[in-house]
Write a protein that binds this ligand. Structure first.
Ligand code: F6P
Length: 471
């Protein structure tokens, strides 16, 4: 079997892997030869030309250091102040500083130069996420002829939002240098196809008035998942149970409504707290009978828009606490720190309602993990944003428009009042879908398309576009 080289901005660290991507790929890579390549997390005065290898919990990791200046332009700048907000349709929160593109390009070139000498001709390369869109092009410019795939973990933007991104034509040309481009949801493939079919190239970009040729790139939806059976086991371990007991004691008989998200403006956190506020305001029987817990570890906090989101959330949580708290009852716990997976699994299991209401999201693995952690005999209810990729595979969740806080408040009421037989019926269907879309199936289906022996030649295969996600 060909070696697999996984490339991403962050690489997995020691101990339990934190991010969804790390969790997802650790297992795949552990099962075959190859290594994980990415940024070391270190900043240096000069960019490293060679990668240094490390063994982290049995995984071979090759890493390079970046300069502070390049890292700022590449990560906080182009990736997270331009691509992230634009791909999430938040152009109002984008900071369009076109010069960051130079740093973004320079880091991708540095990745390519350091990776190329490590490659063997048969290696297949799997590049992850929006930080590294140009990587295949940079590798091909240096002579790499390997099969290279790209997976986008965030939503693909509408054509208008794409046009707002400086150098969008070059980025799309970069995407066309991949053999396979994988997206989270059919919605993303539709947006990509819309661009590919109706692109109107900008006369200001690098190659004026030339459309991008996508005929050599296969594009399909490969919805990512979790490891639901492992999560189900985790939720009843002593470490998870310790958290359950701790919170149960303070909850007494109140039903727990739980949200767990990185502190990011795409997650719809202020709207979510407002919906809870409406629930308490509209229906007094829920006061003292429910408790909401929002876990929101800070993220990308050097970026102004993230600091502002954090301030907004502080203010809204304070307002709800002040409005409804009694000397012996608080409506809300807001926890601004990260927890390990066992503790989270315990919290998910304890919750009567999992509130997963991003304004726009690639997939949202919290939805998967909440489902997997439930007690089959007494499961909680998933309330899910229709704008999360997960909405395509979880029709049995209560789906809401997260911008409509009245609708989310009503969904909360429905979830809290839902009888046991309906909870079990919905959860059974959700758990089946989560198993069908497990992370193992996700990785296997993407790699099956990327592997030279199973790829059916080149060319955009329109019939393929929807197959992966419905299989
Ligand atoms: O959701 C996209 C993503 O890049 C994930 O892959 C990652 O876990 C998360 O955002 C965190 O991002 P960052 O590396 O900026 O903290």
């Amino acid at each position: 079997m060909s070696r697999l080289i996984v490339v991403s901005n962050r690489t997995p660290g020691r101990g339990p892997a934190a991010g969804g991507l790390a969790v997802a790929l650790r297992k795949t890579l552990a099962a075959r030869d190859g290594f994980w390549f990415g940024w070391s997390g270190k900043l240096s005065d000069t960019p490293s030309e060679e990668a240094h290898f490390d063994d982290i919990d049995g995984l071979t990791i090759a890493q390079i250091d970046l300069t502070r200046e390049d890292h700022h332009a590449y990560y906080a700048g182009f990736s997270n102040s331009i691509l992230w907000p634009s791909f999430h349709l938040r152009l109002d929160l984008a900071t369009i500083e076109g010069h960051w593109y130079e740093g973004y390009r320079a880091v991708n070139r540095q990745f390519a130069r350091a990776l190329l000498p490590l490659l063997q001709p048969d290696d297949i390369i799997w590049v992850h996420d929006y930080h590294l869109i140009p990587l295949a092009n940079e590798l091909r410019n240096l002579g790499a002829r390997n099969r290279i795939g790209f997976y986008l973990h965030i939503p693909f933007p509408t054509t208008d939002a794409l046009y707002a991104i400086p150098h969008h034509n070059e980025l799309m040309r970069d995407l066309s240098r991949y053999d396979v481009v994988g997206m989270q949801a059919n919605r993303d493939v539709t947006a990509f196809t819309e661009f590919a079919d109706h692109q109107s190239p900008s006369s200001l970009s690098g190659n004026p008035l030339r459309s991008v040729d996508f005929t050599r790139t296969e594009t399909a939806a490969f919805p990512i998942g979790s490891d639901p059976d492992a999560f189900a086991r985790l939720a009843v371990t002593p470490a998870a149970t310790k958290m359950v007991k701790r919170v149960e004691r303070s909850l007494r008989d109140q039903k727990l409504i739980l949200g767990v998200d990185r502190l990011d403006y795409s997650k719809g956190l202020p709207q979510r707290i407002e919906a809870y506020e409406k629930l308490l305001a509209n229906d007094t029987r829920f006061r003292r009978a429910v408790h909401m817990m929002q876990v929101a570890p800070p993220s990308r906090d050097t970026i102004k828009e993230y600091q502002e989101t954090s301030d907004t959330l502080d203010a809204i949580c304070g307002r709800v606490m002040g409005r409804f708290s009694e000397p012996d009852w608080q409506p809300l716990t807001y926890v601004k720190r990260a927890y390990g997976q066992p503790s989270l699994a315990g919290l998910y299991r304890l919750a009567r309602v999992g509130l997963v209401t991003p304004l726009r999201d690639g997939m949202n693995l919290v939805a998967h993990e909440f489902v997997a952690s439930q007690d089959p005999a007494n499961p909680g209810v998933l309330i899910l944003s229709r704008f999360a990729g997960a909405a395509e595979i979880f029709p049995e969740a209560i789906q809401v428009n997260p911008f409509d806080t009245d609708e989310t408040a009503e969904a909360l009421r429905m979830a809290l009042d839902m009888p046991l037989d309906e909870r079990i019926a919905r959860w059974t269907a959700l758990m089946e879908a989560s198993r069908r879309h497990s992370v193992d199936n996700w990785a296997a289906s993407f790699l099956a398309r990327l592997s030279p022996d199973t790829s059916g030649g080149v060319g955009v295969n329109r019939d393929m576009l929807y197959l992966a996600s419905t299989a």
